[in-house]
Design a binder for this molecule. Structure first.
Ligand code: SAH
Length: 258
């Protein structure tokens, strides 16, 4: 039996799909992709022969039926997701349906938009003595978030935050963050359509980022990044990493003893 591949398409730039993902897409007879976020061009260029479904107007039953029909016909089926399929990808329910039908599948990871946004900002998200933790999260919308993971609670930690699916509620995001370890002086950035030709970057602090988002009329397809790491480029680094420190030895290099 042919296998189904769930593939991460990456954040937008067609060159940011993995080599493996692109190869499998090229071998696909059927492609089901999320048209609201994945570029149609990416599908056309990698899989010109495939029968293509846009899942944005389909139900779980319909996408499962399209996958099952493809598999029964002996065709390679690709379910293409934006970014990485494991982050807000709603793949678990699809895989559960395939388990029920006895259809085998594999998941091929992709570049999640958090990393495309960090790249756009030319920003390391983990800096020594500033933050060594990155939290990928969201504000609750139609999808509920467990109470212990509310932004208010998470904000107690003070780590670097990358907030998905929430830019339309930026006012509430800021309110909740200010109830935790962040202050109005904490740097914040919003990256709209990271890695697409119309990418937009807004930079500010928790005091002014909401106003900037409203002025730019950004209401979707954007990430909010928050944390003191974002200050590094303006204010310089607090500390360098030990990895490249000339006095630090590790498995691949002997440090200089002074
Ligand atoms: N699986 C995807 C996320 C899907 S949820 C991933 O790994 O990136 C959709 C949300 O992801 C959007 O609301 C937005 O917050 C974010 N997103 C997806 N692509 C983006 C991009 N190119 N730039 C900025 N944010 C993006």
């Amino acid at each position: 039996m042919t296998k189904v591949h769930f593939i991460g398409a990456g954040p937008g730039d067609p060159e940011l799909i993995t080599v493996k993902g692109a190869r499998l897409l090229g071998e696909a007879g059927v492609v089901i992709y999320a048209g609201s976020l994945v570029d149609r061009e990416l599908v056309r260029c990698h899989a010109p022969q495939a029968e293509v479904y846009d899942s944005s107007a389909m139900t779980l039953e319909e996408t499962t039926a399209a996958i099952a029909e493809g598999v029964l016909a002996g065709r390679n089926v690709v379910r293409l997701h934006t970014g990485d399929p494991s982050i807000y990808g709603a793949i678990q329910e699809q895989m559960a349906e395939l388990d029920r039908l006895g259809i085998e599948y594999e998941v091929v990871p992709g570049v999640t938009s958090a990393f495309a946004a960090a790249a756009a900002l030319k920003q390391e998200l983990t800096l020594p003595e500033v933050s060594q933790t990155v939290i990928l999260t969201r504000l609750e919308g139609k999808t509920p978030v467990p109470e212990r993971e509310s932004l208010r609670e998470i904000a107690q930690i003070g780590a670097t935050l990358v907030i998905y699916l929430s830019v339309a509620m930026i006012g509430r995001v800021v309110e909740e963050l200010l109830q935790g370890a962040y202050t109005t002086g904490t740097p914040a950035a919003v990256v709209y359509r990271a890695s697409w030709p119309d990418e937009q970057i807004l930079e500010g602090t928790l005091a002014d980022i909401a106003g900037k988002v409203r002025d730019a009329e950004i209401g979707k397809q954007a990430l909010i990044l928050v944390g003191d790491v974002l200050r590094a480029r303006q204010e310089g680094l607090k500390a360098r990493s030990l990895l490249y420190d000339k006095e630090f030895s590790h498995g691949c290099r002997k440090g200089i003893v002074t």
